[in-house]
Design a protein around this ligand. Structure first.
Ligand SMILES: [Zn+2]
Length: 317
């Protein structure tokens, strides 16, 4: 029996994560590759197509048949057009990534924003119910509101930029040109940068180092409290607009676990006077969320429902 399968790629700033997922939920193959970001946008696009082609080649004619491809990437992703409008870290401007993948593999291809893909994966494979707001706290901060298995991408594909919601109107300058953005205070990168600046230590501390110092380093405590407060303000706003069933925290900062969850629940409740806060939980899919999300978009492009669950990785090629 020949099983249908999809090729899925998570395009990150430093690494590409790919998988070949079969309709029975088995992961036929996983393969990663470095992102050649320093070589420019064309080289990155080439590397993505090469990885997808290599994964498709793993599918044997007697066992699996590739029916679609999916990719998720950072940046401004126009999902309906299959075009990455802009991705600074990847050197892409108006790149027709969907068309490139479809052309190389000879199957339909879908692309999406990485936070939207990860949110979709958390909703479907993380057992989050019908309505979930996923927040990726990484180098930047992105969000995805998933309702009944669908993510709202917005009119131009720019929905979910929670990191650039102003939490302090005249606050610090953000790389995006606005002031007081959430990302300036509460991304993993910001926590490290603000600790290094406040403690007078040269270079950059990792957010995990700041977390490790909590309770015995007043500077770490202050930087962390600032991050939690900024996040509580942004989540209070999101809660009032979207009324999510659950808020799921992922990305590097999500790995702080209860050190993040406990104070955040307190501050979010304090920021909402007349309604209870939604439950806040930690993401469970970790670094697999991206390619799992890409696989879900691929199944959609194939016109078939996704496997109900995906089994652990069987073979890294
Ligand atoms: Zn900003």
């Amino acid at each position: 029996v020949t099983l249908d399968a999809v090729v899925a790629v998570d395009v990150g700033g430093t690494a590409l994560k790919g998988a070949l997922v079969a309709a029975d939920g088995s992961v036929v193959a996983r393969r990663d590759a470095p992102t050649p970001a320093a070589e420019g946008g064309e080289a990155v696009a080439h590397a993505v197509v090469r990885l997808a082609t290599e994964l498709a080649a793993v599918a044997g004619p007697a066992s699996t048949r590739v029916v679609a491809a999916g990719a998720v990437t950072a940046g401004h992703v126009d999902t309906s057009a299959g075009v990455v409008r802009f991705a600074a870290n990847l050197g892409w401007k108006d790149l027709p990534l969907g068309g490139l993948l479809a052309g190389a593999l000879g199957v339909p291809a879908a692309i999406d924003h990485d936070a939207r893909g990860a949110g979709l994966a958390e909703a479907v494979y993380g057992g989050r119910g019908a309505d979930c707001l996923f927040v990726a706290l990484g180098t930047g901060i992105g969000a995805a509101h998933v309702r009944d298995g669908r993510v709202a991408a917005g009119a131009t594909g720019a929905a979910g930029e929670l990191g650039h919601v102003p939490v302090y109107p005249d606050g610090d300058l953000c790389g995006c040109g606005q002031r007081g953005c959430l990302e300036v205070y509460a991304s993993a990168a910001a926590v490290g940068r603000r600790y290094a600046a406040a403690s007078g230590k040269a270079g950059r501390a990792g957010a995990d180092e700041v977390v490790a110092r909590l309770g015995r380093d007043p500077v770490a405590d202050r930087v962390w409290a600032d991050a939690v407060e900024a996040l509580a303000i942004a989540l209070a706003t999101s809660t009032l607009i979207l009324d999510p069933g659950v808020v799921v925290l992922g990305g590097g900062l999500g790995r702080a676990g209860r050190a993040l969850l406990d104070p955040l629940e307190t501050r979010l409740a304090a920021r909402l006077a007349w309604r209870p806060p939604p439950p806040v939980e930690l993401a469970v899919l970790d670094t697999d969320a991206g390619w799992l999300g890409a696989s879900l978009r691929a199944w959609e492009a194939a016109g078939s429902g996704p496997p109900a669950r995906v089994t652990p990785v069987t073979r890294v090629v």
